[in-house]
Ligand binder design. Structure first.
Ligand code: HXC
Length: 513
């Protein structure tokens, strides 16, 4: 062969692979409103920056007539490119090629990309659209999954890992996304489940659709498996770009510092946000929006455990993670799901050096047999643990209620908060005034001529003495009682002070909690 012929051969090989699973399969994919793996990568990456690796990898399976079967790129496109100018590694399963099923070489390609990403200190994004383990490859396929899980775990907390579910994701295959830091699901076209509807029906007799069992709605409202759902593939991939903008390329590096403009005129609104009647709710989202840089808030799991808000945002251009009780839902109390949701978010922020801002208005851990029997002690303890060991700057603002164990669990001074600010409306105490009066003054109330009036009086007495920030401030548990409208300025000041806070060099995994 001449050199020219060899070059033409390369072009022919490439063209064969770039057709994905062929025109018919691509047409079927498009008819379902889905894109091919290559089209998705183009959307995800900065234009023209993608470089493919392992384009010519071929499977080695010979069982069940597979020997002659051509599966372009072995059903997964892998490589690297740029997102907002930073290098990101990507793998995208190609459903048009043997259903994106995962065999030995398909897995080896994903593993290679994960290894390269860890070595280069760059994030990995996985676009999942697959019929699962390639049945013809039997245990080789299972081994492939195992090797991916192993790498997911070993890379955890060292480089950001993001999964986008853009088709079926079934069986043990769901555990690779579950081991990554963030999961985005495309509504109506993606499902995640350990056992699909047919197996569920056969084993339990329960009839349920794939969508109800493991669609985006299910996992963003009920199970908490996914962090975000998107109405379209464009929206999902846009969300990934946005998520990565808050994260560094690797642990120990800094997230990009963004431009911002001050919005001083909004700050006085905070002075009126807390209702005079402390039993009334308000929307903590308003507080978060006012405190952070304009248009910088990206909430995770907004419809799951909405009694706690977890979001990325920016303060003075720096990435921050906000954990905030939401009085609008269950009074902002902490239950099992809220504890798990917040704990994993805190762990993620700590792994990647993102400072924490804790906005506290919490009446307590949710009481009840359901919660106790399901292990609120075990789940609540995760919150205490991750806050205690987190070494990023920790800034706490007590807006209103901060009672008992939940006061500590929202990152009090004792759990290592670098700064604790309290608003004059803060009530930092062992419990609410009504409960406290019932216990402390029980005998006096019972003996009174008018027990109801006596109880009211004792509640008032307790509130004045203890349901304030001043007792905590007198002991130094609160660094400063501040006007709400000066909160942003104080937080900015503290963040600038702490942005170079020393951290132990040990790696921190982001274990699924
Ligand atoms: C081999 C597969 C495949 C698989 C799909 N294909 N899944 N080939 N192994 N797992 C092939 C099909 O044979 C077909 O090939 C092509 O991909 C497209 O699939 P269709 O069935 O035509 O697509 P569709 O009708 O859209 O149905 C999609 C589907 C279905 C629902 C995902 O393909 C399906 O049920 N697949 C099997 C799912 C499954 O049980 N996987 C194993 C899960 S257990 P042709 O040649 O006809 O185009 C698992 C264990 C992992 O993954 C454990 C990890 C620890």
């Amino acid at each position: 062969m001449t050199t020219a012929e060899k070059l033409a051969q390369l072009d022919a090989h490439s063209a064969r692979v770039l057709r994905c699973g062929g025109p018919k399969a691509v047409e079927k994919q498009h008819a379902l409103g889905k894109r091919t793996a290559r089209e998705r990568i183009e959307l995800l990456m900065d234009t023209g920056t993608f470089t493919e690796v392992d384009r010519f990898v071929r499977h080695r399976c010979t069982s069940f007539g597979m020997g002659d079967k051509d599966i372009p790129a072995d059903g997964v496109v892998t490589g690297y490119g740029k997102i907002d100018g930073r290098t990101v590694f990507v793998y995208a399963q190609d459903f048009t090629a043997q259903g994106g099923s995962l065999g030995e070489m398909h897995a080896a390609k994903i593993c290679k990309i994960m290894d390269m990403a860890l070595e280069a200190g760059c994030p990995v994004v996985g676009l999942c659209d697959s019929g699962g383990a390639r049945i013809q490859e039997a245990v080789d396929a299972l081994s492939g999954y195992g090797q991916i899980f192993y790498r997911n775990a070993c890379s955890s907390g060292r480089i950001p890992q993001v999964s986008v579910i853009m088709g079926p994701c079934a069986g043990g295959a769901v555990y690779s996304p579950a081991l990554t830091d963030l999961i985005v699901m495309v509504e109506k076209e993606s499902q995640m489940f350990i056992t699909g509807p047919a197996v569920v029906a056969a084993t339990t007799g329960e009839e349920i659709s794939a969508e109800d069992l493991g669609g985006a709605d299910t996992h963003t409202t009920m199970s908490g498996v996914a962090h975000l759902s998107a109405r379209s593939e464009e929206e999902a991939l846009g969300a990934v770009r946005c998520l990565l903008s808050y994260l560094p390329s690797k642990a120990g590096a800094r997230p990009p510092l963004m431009d911002f403009t001050e919005h001083e005129e909004l700050q006085p609104l905070l002075d009126t946000v807390i209702p005079d009647d402390s039993s009334l709710p308000y929307d903590m989202h308003d507080v978060v929006r006012i405190l952070l840089d304009e248009d910088s808030v990206m909430e995770l799991q907004p419809y799951y455990a909405d009694n706690i808000i977890t979001c990325f945002g920016r303060l003075g251009g720096h990435s921050v993670g906000v954990i905030a009780n939401q009085p609008f839902s269950m009074g902002g109390s902490l239950d099992i799901n809220a504890s798990d949701k917040a704990a994993r978010f805190i762990q993620l922020c700590d792994a990647f050096g993102i400072p924490l801002i804790n906005l506290v208005d919490v009446p307590g851990f949710l009481p009840g047999a359901d919660q106790e029997h399901a292990g609120i002690i075990r789940h609540g303890a995760k919150l205490l643990y991750v806050y205690s060991v987190a070494e990023v700057p920790k800034l706490t603002v007590v807006l209103r209620k901060a009672y008992g164990g939940s006061y500590l669990a929202m990152c009090s001074k004792d759990l290592g908060a670098d700064f604790v600010y309290a608003w004059p409306t803060a009530e930092i105490a062992v419990m609410g005034a009504a409960g406290a009066a019932n216990v402390v003054f029980r005998k006096e109330i019972q003996a009174a001529e008018d027990p109801k009036a006596a109880r009211r009086e004792k509640i008032q007495l307790y509130s004045e003495q203890f349901a304030t920030p001043y007792m905590a401030a007198s002991r130094g548990f609160v660094d400063l009682v501040i006007r709400p409208s000066e909160t942003r300025a104080r937080l900015l000041e503290a963040l600038e002070l702490l942005i170079n806070k020393e951290r132990q060099p040990h790696p921190r995994g982001n274990m699924p909690l």
